[in-house]
Design a protein around this ligand. Sequence first.
Ligand SMILES: Nc1nc2c(ncn2[C@@H]2O[C@H](COP(=O)(O)OP(=O)(O)OP(=O)(O)O)[C@@H](O)[C@H]2O)c(=O)[nH]1
Ligand SMILES: [Mg+2]
Length: 298
Amino acid sequence: MDQTQKVGFIAIVGRPNVGKSTLLNTLLGEKIAAVSRKPQTTRTAITGILTRGADQYVFLDTPGVHKPRTKLGSAMMKSVGTATADVCAVLLLVEPVMQIHPTEQELIKKFSKARVPMILIINKTDVHTPEEIIRTIDVFRQEADFAAVIPLSAKTGDGVDIIFDEVEPLLEEGAWFFPSDMITDVPERTIAAEVIREKLLRLLDQEVPHGTAVTIEDFKESDQRIDIRAEIFCEKAGHKRIIIGKGGSMLKKIGTYAREDLEAFFGVHVNLDLWVKVKENWRDNDSLIASFGLSHKD
Ligand SMILES: Nc1nc2c(ncn2[C@@H]2O[C@H](COP(=O)(O)OP(=O)(O)OP(=O)(O)O)[C@@H](O)[C@H]2O)c(=O)[nH]1
Ligand SMILES: [Mg+2]
């Protein structure tokens, strides 16, 4: 390679549900992060790697910033802190609003103090008027100097490419962190678990999926297919009944949708075997949080 390599970590941060994971998937052109209409979908930082020419962008999708009410919530917020250390830029993702939220003010304060370049991204332009977008830009510009402001739609992809033009000058010269064909360092098992959890979030009512965790007990790859055995943990016997559904109908639906996504991602036939178990109050139990791979040390 003649050109000097450039590289950088870019954190995607913002309140829950603003579209961070959707943006990561659109940037990569691959679905690796779970997306749902419910807030607090993302629980740990997810890496998306994109190598273009001499430049390697390592995007970090993070959990939506909120005031934690459980130990799981605290672990999620710690993972945001870790993901945003040593980044070359932060993409602050917001939706068009009349007023800035205190959480966003705190984020702006934190990155301004650390002198990390911030790019303001106004997402969901496909469902907002230009007036609403301009007003939002005004509101946020009063709070900080942004390296750039980009209105876009993570869902349609409109405007997303501008991110590369704005981030490229902020990358640093240095050897790439990952091979050029790698798209994530998240293990395949974790991606499989996230796909299943996404279906739980999408198919079930608020209370049930927020108390679920998914672990992969077995992941066997052969030339033609992957056999996966996964366990879905929930907090109550009543929740278990809802997840299984009448005659197993809900669990079957979860399995079918998850299998379709997994086959698209892995490019081979997938056999998915799902089991449901109850672990009461796991979201406030450190050792269970750790056993689900969700704990986060400072
Ligand atoms: N109309 C529209 N909807 C969007 C857009 N981007 C994301 N969404 C929707 O917003 C909801 C939340 O998207 P996510 O990507 O899960 O949001 P997130 O910020 O990662 O959420 P957490 O992980 O909970 O913090 C989903 O229903 C998405 O389909 C967009 O550009 N336009
Ligand atoms: Mg997310």
